[in-house]
Ligand binder design. Structure first.
Ligand SMILES: *Cc1c(COP(=O)(O)O)cnc(C)c1O
Length: 367
């Protein structure tokens, strides 16, 4: 079946590879894994994902509701700042509510005390290549920094959440961090039932030492007698999707430039935010070099410069890989560009068109 570009294509067999690693870590370590919905919310593949994961974690009421309704299993609800209306709705569906601050816990405690509660901690250590995404950056509002404040509130909560990594593929760095967390917060953890180590651990990456990682988690869990949760986002869906585009024009300005029927700004926004180049599946070693660009009016709407094996022509297909995490959740209608269709290649090899977007979606996005 030929799908009209632009479209996102999620491949369930590639997803399954990651899910099986997650499953293995669950079995070897006893740690549970909940999907971080802020990274990936394309619920048409949740049926597959939910067989290998323990539930979802969220950043808002709507994400919590999505996890509860479409993924099932455990629903963890975190939000940097709940409103009173959020809390009323979240209390109906969440298995755990995790507060970002002691003031929010104080404010809503009476209303939610029958639910398992947690506090997010800012442990003062992190692993991140970007200040923008560093949870312990200077003046960070993310999590409780004051140990005494945590100690004073242990009776009201059953667990702590630490989220302090971003694309950490270095097991030794993780191992040292975990030792530090044990040394610093272990006495508190012994009085609690669960600890979440957050996301940002790249343990589905090729060559990551899964056995050592699982052993480290199991040892920690035994030592402090807590159930560990991991909150993989990117690690769960990395390498599973493509953004498939077609060249609509070729221009020249000191170099060959291809313009495709999608946009970095609209359809792979994180590349702009973090100033990264898009990735392609093939070794970029051909002799035909092009800057591949989007069709929004933004001058810097550039996917990257690639060396193709063949000359591009109008209609040539260009596929960008790694188009699932922090990509589909951030797509937007800037410039009113055609929104990529969402397609899924199922485990049995058939490709389904899940959703097409049209003018009605565009106008309904505003009023
Ligand atoms: C972003 C986030 C995650 C997921 O992070 P990844 O880097 O996608 O694994 C997990 N937990 C919390 C609290 C987060 O903010």
């Amino acid at each position: 079946m030929k799908i009209t570009t632009p479209y996102y294509l999620i491949d369930e067999n590639k997803l399954l590879r990651n899910l099986k690693i997650i499953q293995k870590v669950r079995e070897l370590s006893g740690a549970k894994s909940v999907l971080a919905l802020k990274c990936f919310s394309t619920w048409s593949v949740f049926e597959l994902m939910s067989q290998y994961m323990d539930g979802t974690t969220s950043s808002s009421l709507y994400e919590a509701r999505l996890g509860y309704e479409r993924f099932g299993k455990e629903t963890h609800a975190f939000c940097v700042g709940y409103s009173h209306d959020d809390i009323k709705a979240v209390a109906q569906i969440a298995d755990k509510i995790i507060f970002n601050s002691v003031s929010q816990l104080d404010y809503f405690f009476d209303e939610v005390k029958s639910t398992k509660l947690g506090l997010r901690v800012n442990p003062g250590i992190s692993y991140s290549h970007f200040d923008l995404a560093d949870p312990v950056r200077k003046y960070s509002r993310l999590g409780v920094t004051d140990r005494h404040l945590l100690e004073n509130n242990l009776a009201r909560i059953s667990g702590l959440m630490f989220h302090y990594n971003c694309e950490n593929d270095d097991f030794n760095a993780f191992s040292q961090q975990l030792d530090y967390i044990g040394e610093t917060y272990g006495d508190m953890l012994k009085q609690l039932q669960w600890v979440s180590l957050g996301g940002g651990l790249y343990f589905t990456k090729e060559d990551y030492p899964i056995e050592k990682f699982s052993q480290k988690l199991a040892d920690f869990s035994n030592k402090y007698d807590v159930q560990i949760y991991l909150e993989p986002g990117e690690a769960a869906i990395t390498g599973c999707a493509e953004l498939v585009t077609s060249v609509v024009d070729l221009v020249y300005n000191e170099m060959d430039i291809a313009i495709v029927d999608a946009s970095v700004e609209g359809h792979m926004l994180d590349l702009l935010i973090y100033r990264l180049s898009a990735k392609m599946d093939f070794a970029a070693s051909g002799q035909y070099k092009y800057m591949v660009t989007g069709r929004s009016c933004l001058a810097g709407d550039v996917f990257g410069t690639f060396s193709f094996n063949e000359k591009l022509a109008i209609g040539s297909e260009i596929r960008f890989v790694d188009a699932a995490g922090y990509t589909m959740v951030k797509k937007n209608w800037f410039n009113g560009l055609q929104m990529p269709t969402i397609a899924v290649r199922r485990l049995n090899g058939t490709t389904e068109i899940i959703r097409k977007f049209g003018y009605t979606d565009f106008i309904n996005n505003l009023s």
